[in-house]
Design a protein around this ligand. Structure first.
Ligand code: GAF
Length: 398
């Protein structure tokens, strides 16, 4: 019998203490402070952010921590406890597309983008990273990294004091798009920096206006199933979905698919002619926007069954129309539903990563065990499990 493997969040004080010690060994001396930013799950509203649509993420208790010391010479020295031997040193001014590359781009990219506002010399720093958001799990470890760095630099560099968290999130998006080469849309950075504890965030991605939405189902919780199947946003599939939506916009003569939201979906699709693949992509985006608002309404009415139904409908649309699921995600969703979840769906960009399931409280072990057993029977890598409760945004922890 396969036992589920649970990923528990780290404890801030313990991580901060160990990180300060490791900073001394790796970079010398003591940091100015330690900051942490959360990963996220998205309850619903997938691949809608870059289409100016709606999404409903919440912050996880799992966080990425950075120990940071400001430098006044415009140089960066960055290292990670998860990537020993891959430290990078260079100047903020030399950061550019894929430079320094890999995880370092998420750190250096933020310094470079913020440096555009106040001059690169002001953004020098020594940074040691300790990630406690599962990596490559579709739980937004990348945004947790860029957002923790952005908040640290904001707090340490007086010239950045005028930037609010929305501006920091926008800087993180630019760093990910322009330096890391990941065409992300803004949901992850918004929730990591602007989450409201104990709430999901309804994000209107036209202007990133946020509405906190209370979790009204105390008898149910969100089980996260990290399938351990590969997930990387820098892969071409994510960018190709964005490109398909942009092509559809030019056929429809709109700047964003949000502009046709509210119109009759079949009529909009008819205007796309016989481009079957584009039709499926656009159908997902338009119907997903409606599901987000329906799920918010269902939460307000405490209708757990309806919340679950909408989550499963979202998964079907992502699987069949947007084609961003994979065998492991479908298996996790189907198994969780059969084992007692009221609904389940992939969360995040897809092509691997995590699924979430709405599970009656007290039955998470049963559902997790069912998923672990099915994965073992198929010879798949053992999934990792976590329970997700809406948590706090990025903050300084020491
Ligand atoms: C990833 C991206 F980073 C987000 O911007 C969003 O597009 C998501 O995939 C899909 O909803 O997390």
């Amino acid at each position: 019998m396969s036992q589920p493997i649970w990923s528990l969040p780290a404890e801030d004080t313990q991580v901060a203490r160990a990180l300060v010690e490791a900073f001394g060994a790796e970079l010398g001396g003591v940091p100015d402070g330690v900051w942490a930013a959360p990963g996220r799950v998205n309850l619903i509203g997938e691949h809608t952010d870059y289409n100016g649509g709606w999404c409903l993420p919440f912050a996880l208790a799992h966080r990425t921590y950075v120990a940071v010391r400001r430098r006044d010479d415009g140089r960066l020295r960055i290292a990670s406890r998860q990537a020993s031997g891959q430290a990078w040193e260079g100047s903020v001014a030399e950061v550019g597309p894929q430079q320094p590359g890999g995880w370092g781009s998420y750190v250096a990219g933020v310094a470079a983008v913020l440096g555009e506002q106040v001059g690169p010399d002001a953004l020098g720093a020594d940074v040691l990273v300790d990630g406690h958001v599962p990596l490559g799990a579709g739980l937004s470890s990348s945004a947790a990294l860029s957002c923790s760095v952005a908040l640290a630099l904001h707090d340490l560099v007086p010239e950045l004091a005028g930037l609010d968290r929305a501006a920091l999130a926008a800087a993180c998006v630019r760093a990910e798009n322009e330096v890391a080469g990941a065409a992300t849309g803004g949901m992850d950075q918004s929730v990591s920096l602007r989450a409201v504890d104990e709430h999901a965030l309804l994000i209107d991605c036209r202007d990133f206006r946020l509405t906190p939405v209370a979790w009204t189902l105390p008898e149910h919780e969100i089980l996260v199933i990290d399938t351990r199947a590969h997930h990387s946003l820098a892969d071409g599939q994510y960018a190709s979905r964005r490109a398909a939506c942009e092509r559809a916009c030019s056929v429809l003569g709109v700047a964003s698919l949000r502009e046709v939201d509210g119109e009759d979906v079949d009529e909009v699709l008819a205007r796309l002619g016989d481009a079957a693949e584009t039709v499926r992509r656009v159908r997902h985006v338009l119907t997903e926007n409606t599901r987000v608002l329906d799920l918010v309404a269902a939460l307000a009415e405490r209708e757990a069954d309806e919340v679950g139904r909408l989550m499963s409908a979202s998964h079907a649309s992502l699987r069949d129309d947007y084609e961003v699921s994979c065998h492991e995600l479908d298996l996790a969703v189907e198994t969780a539903e059969a084992a007692g979840a009221l609904g389940a769906r992939m969360t995040g960009g897809g092509f691997g990563g995590s699924a979430i399931a709405l599970v009656p409280r007290g039955r998470e072990e049963e559902v997790a065990t069912a998923v672990a057993e099915v994965f073992a029977a198929e010879g798949l890598e053992a999934p990792h499990l976590l329970t997700a409760t809406p948590s706090a945004p990025a903050r300084r922890v020491s």
